[in-house]
Design a protein around this ligand. Structure first.
Ligand SMILES: [Zn+2]
Length: 239
């Protein structure tokens, strides 16, 4: 089987939440996970320095993604700097916490244009709340067809059906499974096939081993399972 890769983890130290690179790598070791995509917490003022330092410490285990607040005037430059100077592999956005619509052309298109130019995926909080409902993802997937776009939490709670519909319509739109219940994940795999579903945990906000073990029930097809828990994200990241 290909590598096992967790596509959604936060590193940093902010009021109420903390996770270091070493703490996450210890969880990967216990669960039997090869690599983890990591990005900052994005509440308040944040930078990508903590993630950069953790990546320097564990370059073979961590896959760093940049996070930015598009309201910052230099957001696109920060993304370009993370990717080209620091070797980061993708971008994380959280429209709800930072207060903007994912499909806002003025704020968000400049970031997607950098992804289109440099060729990296974007993962976005997608729990069907105010600023990042599935139609916002569909608008961006249509506007930037070459940018792989991952909907974190796959539209759970209220919009899983809509998320699946849009993921079936856009080749570049993927559903990420963190915190979604297993029945909804099984439904997505049945309707879309395993190539459009990507495993992530959202650590440290979860029971890590449970978030991994639930995926054993995502599909009876062993090859498909390998795609979901690592093969798909490896392909998007050209690992
Ligand atoms: Zn998260």
């Amino acid at each position: 089987m290909s590598m096992i890769i967790d596509a959604h983890n936060h590193l940093g130290d902010r009021p109420g939440a903390r996770q270091t690179g070493a703490e996450l790598v210890a969880k990967l070791d216990v669960a039997g996970v090869d690599k983890a995509v990591v990005f900052p917490f994005v509440e308040g003022n944040f930078t990508n320095d903590f993630v950069k330092n953790a990546f320097d410490e564990f370059p073979d285990r961590l896959i760093p993604f940049c996070a930015v607040n598009p309201w910052e005037a230099n957001a696109a430059e920060i993304v370009r700097h993370c990717i080209t100077d620091w070797g980061f592999k993708g971008l994380k956005l959280h429209p709800t916490i930072n207060g903007y619509h994912l499909a806002d052309p003025e704020l968000v298109d400049p970031l997607f244009r950098v992804a289109d130019e440099l060729g990296f995926p974007i993962i976005v909080h997608g729990a069907s709340d105010l600023f990042n409902s599935p139609p916002e993802f569909a608008l961006m997937a249509a506007r930037f067809p070459r940018v792989p776009l991952l909907m974190a939490h796959m539209g759970f709670f209220w919009a899983v059906e809509q998320a699946i519909d849009f993921a079936s319509q856009f080749d570049n739109l993927y559903l990420e499974t963190s915190r979604a219940p297993i029945f909804e994940i099984q439904t997505a795999v049945k309707r879309l096939g395993p190539e459009k579903v990507i495993w992530g945990t959202d650590s440290p906000f979860v029971d890590y081993e449970f978030e991994f073990q639930k995926m054993e029930r995502s599909t009876p097809d062993l090859g498909g399972y390998g795609s979901i828990v690592g093969g798909n994200i490896a392909r998007l990241l050209k690992l």
